[in-house]
Each structure stands twice: as structure tokens, then as C-alpha cells.
Design a binder for this molecule. Sequence first.
Ligand SMILES: Nc1ncnc2c1ncn2[C@@H]1O[C@H](COP(=O)(O)OP(=O)(O)OP(=O)(O)O)[C@@H](O)[C@H]1O
Ligand SMILES: [Mg+2]
Length: 220
Amino acid sequence: MLLTQNSLLQAEGLSRRVSPERWLFRHLDISVAPGEQLALCGASGVGKSSLLNLLAGLDQPDEGRVLFQGNDLAAMSNSERLALRRSTFGFVFQAFHLMPHLNALQNVMVPCLLAGLAFKQATARAEQLLDALALTEVAQSFPSVLSGGEQQRVALARALVHQPQVVLADEPTGNLDPETANKALTLLCNTCREQGASLIMVTHSAEAAARLDRTFVLTC
Ligand SMILES: Nc1ncnc2c1ncn2[C@@H]1O[C@H](COP(=O)(O)OP(=O)(O)OP(=O)(O)O)[C@@H](O)[C@H]1O
Ligand SMILES: [Mg+2]
């Protein structure tokens, strides 16, 4: 298949097998345009997180390819893929995966420092996002003492802070009360729009999905 016109991130013929007898999905095609916001929905266990991992090049497909700007992630060396991920992708993991030995502010600064930003600029950007997510009071706290919702908002700030071209967010508001979830989703959508970033967001909320441009439903 040819590269879909105006596609930033594209999967073609993508398959994921988790055991000899079990394919999560087979021959899946999905494409996201620059700046497009896509909701990824589907029942629990259908393979949404697995698909996000493939789209970010964190995992290798069993069939098919993932293309970023027409370049096959699997054809890149490990260091090329790592460099692309660091510069271009922001990822909110379903289980957060914050670094336990770094406080909230330091966790958010990491992507900026890896991208080569000066310490002062990285601090300023991280503080601004923590403030926007009402986390200033816990900026010096370590993940082990943060609530689930606080950890999730730190993870969200970390995914946005280096102004990535693609944000992959796995149920990024799933641990938040409705009001906080609404504010976090607004920040996520607006930040992506302002920066022209594409967004792929896993959600079980029809209301949240309706705020994005398009919904893709993953089925068995
Ligand atoms: N490496 C693996 N080995 C074996 N099974 C796996 C592996 N990775 C995922 N699975 C299985 O694949 C299925 C899909 O998992 P995944 O986490 O992608 O689902 P999901 O759609 O994100 O679900 P949820 O909405 O609950 O987060 C699950 O049954 C999971 O146990
Ligand atoms: Mg999941």
C-alpha cells in the first residue's frame, strides 16, 4: 500500500500475536494526519495499549509496518528509533511509568533534557505544565507519595513538555474525577492544537472521544 496522502503516522497491515493461537488484531490499517486528533476505543483487552506500543515503536509488529513520515520504524536502527521517539513522540502510559527516584518536577523535565534543552528552560516548561495541571504543590514530591490521579497528571505533563509532533495517550484521564479529567483533557487537546501535534488517545469515555476529530474502534 502507498503512503496515505498527508499521513504523519501510519500503520499498514499491522498484526499483533500474543500467543500461537491468539491474534489481538490482524491486517489493521490506521493513519493519522498532522495535527489530527484520533480517539482509540474498544473493549477492555481488545489490544488498544498493544497498538499504541506498536505505533510508538516500543514493540515490533508480527505482520505489517508502522511508518512515520513514510519511514518504516522497523527499518531504523535501535538508536535511530530511540532518537525519533525522544524528539517526536510523547507517551502517556496507562500505568504512568514515572521514574521513582525523581520527583514530579524532575520527571517532567526529563524529555526536555534528553532533547538537549538547557536546564533552566526545561525547569520553566515543566513548572508551567505542572501549574496548568494544578500540581505545583506536589512538584517536589516523589511518585510513591502521589495519588493515582496526581501521577497520571505528571505523566501527562511529561508527554507534552518537549512539544512532540505525536502524542500517544493511553486513558490519560482514567484516574481523574470528572472535573479534573475535563480540565486535563482540555489542556491535552489545546496543547496539541497549538503545537500542531497529532494526538491518538485511548479512552472508554464516549464524551471524551466526541471532543476529538475522529474515532477508531478496535474490535476483536
Ligand atoms: N506480551 C504479551 N503476552 C501475552 N499476552 C499479552 C501481551 N501483551 C498483551 N497481552 C494480552 O493482550 C490483550 C490485550 O491487552 P491490551 O493491554 O493491549 O488491552 P487494552 O485494549 O489496552 O485493554 P484495557 O482497556 O483493559 O487497557 C490482553 O488480554 C493481554 O493480556
Ligand atoms: Mg490498555
